[in-house]
Design a protein around this ligand. Sequence first.
Ligand code: DQA
Length: 139
Amino acid sequence: MKKLIIINGPNLNLLGVREPEIYGSLSFTDFLDLLQKKHSNLQIDYFQSNIEGEIIDKLHEVGFSFDGIILNAAAYTHTSVGVGDAVKAIKTPVVEVHISNTFSRESFRHQSYISPHAKGVIIGFGLQSYELAIESLLK
Ligand code: DQA
């Protein structure tokens, strides 16, 4: 069974509550439940943290044994050399995802420290971005 993990960064624990006009009104745990049921042939782990170093630690932990990582580093995407370096340092392919279209938002969201080291980037399809990332890792 393939082992994937979704890693979500800061403030994504508030999905469903936070700015629903941008991020939708479904909580991530409800969405994850649907995703896991739909892909019952896969192990889909989940980790969320609001702390930069914890995200880096998790990337190190899974980055040499899992088959794929789906990473929404949220605001750290635009600020964290450390998370970008961690993605570069590990062996497991990382797909960078964003729920909103970051390029149609403020210019500081156009910069990503993750993208140069990611296998690919999926941006702007709402929670479906995560599903597209899973599909891309299975191909
Ligand atoms: C986000 C976009 C980021 O710019 C923002 O800081 C987030 C969420 C997204 O999924 O659309 O927290 O990564």
